[in-house]
Design a protein around this ligand. Structure first.
Ligand code: HEC
Ligand code: HEC
Ligand code: HEC
Ligand code: HEC
Ligand code: HEC
Ligand code: HEC
Ligand code: HEC
Length: 312
């Protein structure tokens, strides 16, 4: 009882501590911008009418502050990437024309990020359907928000979390009519209908990354970025549902997941969050089924012999 009370206090204390830590961080660095860009409404001084006014914020310009302080670029000020002139409101209209840095502008040729292979990713991305159709208008940021990105597959060892994070990037468009239409000019095909040949679609979409079926696995890159056209998408069940599942060469080549694989043996890991038919056979059950088969065979033979004897 006493112990539980103490730990409750501790949890509450740590909770508030963490919270105020995140808050003070935001306050210090982004306060000016987030005053407006983290809320559904914003206020400003209208110098023509000479009074304070309140308006609705464009929902696509509202940033998720929790995801922001978790993202890989959390150390940045807003104005490290955006013009310092955004400090004034109304923002000047020419700021809309400001070019923003791409991932490669900062990460290209930088040895400290070599393990991510940014150049190779770009090369692969340029072969993808998205780049082929939309060219430079389809930037890396269409999938990876520079505000909130985390390399989840490297840092997490929870398969469901990794799959969820990864698929959210695709669903951001493929499940959002407005965003999809902004890029393509036409309605998005309904994902549920397109994939209705897949049994238990919901289960698959939460346990398998879209890229597992829509890219070619290549050994030299952690995440293949070449999204193939739909006629080259993977349909064969055994590619995954077999002892040497292709998932071992894609998702499960990450070290954080492999470490668990060494400890538990890869089959248990696959079985842990994503059940792979075929890699799951138990030797005892196999032996048992052979024995049952032999007994039934024996039964049939004995039965036939007796029938033959009786006929005679
Ligand atoms: C007084 C509220 C307010 C403040 C403070 C504010 N903004 Fe904005 N911002 C807006 C609104 C409203 C828009 C929507 C477009 C418009 O009205 O100009 C916007 C639009 C933007 C856009 C999108 C421009 C476009 O059309 O693509 C960016 C980027 C931006 N703000 C960055 C910032 C940054 C960086 C800061 C801090 C240095 C900041 N804003 C501070 C209200 C604000
Ligand atoms: C690491 C660079 C980087 C930092 C730091 C950054 N931004 Fe951005 N921001 C971008 C890029 C790139 C885009 C354009 C996204 C696109 O092309 O879809 C953008 C777009 C925006 C937009 C337009 C809406 C959108 O999502 O397209 C707003 C508003 C905005 N940023 C506000 C902010 C505020 C406020 C901060 C500080 C909390 C901030 N940004 C910090 C790179 C950055
Ligand atoms: C304005 C320059 C800039 C842009 C644009 C930018 N980054 Fe970064 N990024 C950095 C810097 C600097 C760091 C290191 C931050 C730190 O150590 O706190 C970083 C860190 C990272 C990390 C974490 C690396 C690690 O191992 O800790 C990843 C992953 C990453 N960026 C991916 C991206 C992606 C993907 C894009 C494009 C969507 C992008 N970055 C755009 C400058 C940038
Ligand atoms: C069509 C969507 C899409 C586009 C466009 C895209 N990516 Fe990715 N990217 C993904 C997905 C999905 C992942 C895997 C999920 C994850 O990071 O956990 C990923 C992973 C990454 C990683 C982490 C790889 C690792 O080793 O862990 C980096 C770095 C990256 N992308 C950079 C880029 C760069 C640079 C571009 C532009 C040249 C780009 N991406 C364009 C979808 C995309
Ligand atoms: C088990 C493999 C598999 C998974 C997982 C999967 N797909 Fe597919 N997808 C396919 C196949 C096969 C087709 C081709 C269907 C056809 O042409 O009839 C396809 C077609 C598509 C198309 C083409 C639509 C059209 O007709 O224009 C899109 C877009 C798409 N998938 C997006 C996604 C997204 C986003 C995800 C993740 C949420 C996903 N897929 C997950 C196998 C898969
Ligand atoms: C910014 C929006 C956006 C994002 C994010 C996005 N897509 Fe797409 N995607 C599109 C559009 C638009 C098309 C239609 C291209 C065309 O007109 O042929 C498309 C087409 C496709 C196709 C069908 C190609 C064909 O042959 O018709 C597949 C498959 C696909 N995307 C998969 C993905 C996957 C997987 C992801 C995540 C890794 C993803 N997309 C992320 C907008 C997006
Ligand atoms: C990209 C890899 C992949 C492909 C391709 C694939 N699956 Fe799956 N499938 C999975 C994963 C991962 C699960 C997760 C099961 C779990 O965790 O319960 C799954 C689950 C299932 C389940 C549910 C098993 C259960 O435990 O309830 C069935 C049934 C299934 N798949 C059948 C199919 C069939 C039939 C096809 C071909 C039309 C197919 N799958 C294609 C990866 C795949």
């Amino acid at each position: 009882m006493n112990n539980r009370f103490i730990s409750l206090i501790l949890i509450l204390f740590l909770g508030t501590f963490q919270h105020s830590n995140a808050q003070s961080y935001e306050n210090a660095k982004h306060h000016q911008c987030l005053k407006c860009h983290s809320n559904q409404t914003y206020s400003f001084y209208n110098s023509v009418k000479e009074k304070e006014e309140k308006r609705l914020m464009n929902p696509y310009f509202i940033l998720d502050t929790v995801a922001l302080v978790a993202g890989v670029h959390k150390q940045f000020d807003c104005t490290d990437c955006h013009s310092g002139e955004y400090a004034t409101y109304p923002h000047q209209s020419n700021l809309k024309l400001e070019p923003l840095s791409s991932c490669l502008d900062c990460h290209g040729g930088d040895a400290s990020f070599a393990s991510y292979q940014f150049e190779k990713i770009e090369e692969e991305f340029k072969k993808s359907v998205h780049y082929k159709v939309y060219g430079e208008n389809f930037t890396c940021s269409k999938c990876h928000s520079q505000h909130t990105y985390i390399a989840t597959a490297r840092t997490s060892s929870n398969v469901l979390e990794i799959v969820g994070y990864s698929n959210k990037m695709c669903l951001l468009c493929h499940n959002d009519m407005k965003r999809y239409k902004m890029v393509s000019g036409h309605d998005n095909p309904k994902l549920i209908q397109i994939h209705d040949w897949l049994p238990n679609e919901e289960l698959h979409f939460s346990h398998v990354r879209c890229i597992e079926c829509h890219t070619e696995v290549i050994d030299s890159l952690m995440v293949s970025h070449n999204i193939l056209s739909k006629d080259k998408a993977l349909r064969k069940c055994v590619e995954c549902h077999s002892a040497n599942s292709r998932l071992k060469a894609s998702l499960y080549k990450y070290q954080n997941l492999q470490k668990r694989a060494e400890k538990d043996d890869i089959n248990t890991v696959l079985a842990n969050e994503s059940y792979i038919i075929g890699s799951h056979q138990s030797p005892i059950l196999q032996l048992l089924s052979v024995i049952i088969f032999l007994i039934s065979l024996l039964g049939i033979i004995v039965h036939s012999i007796f029938r033959i004897i009786k006929k005679k």
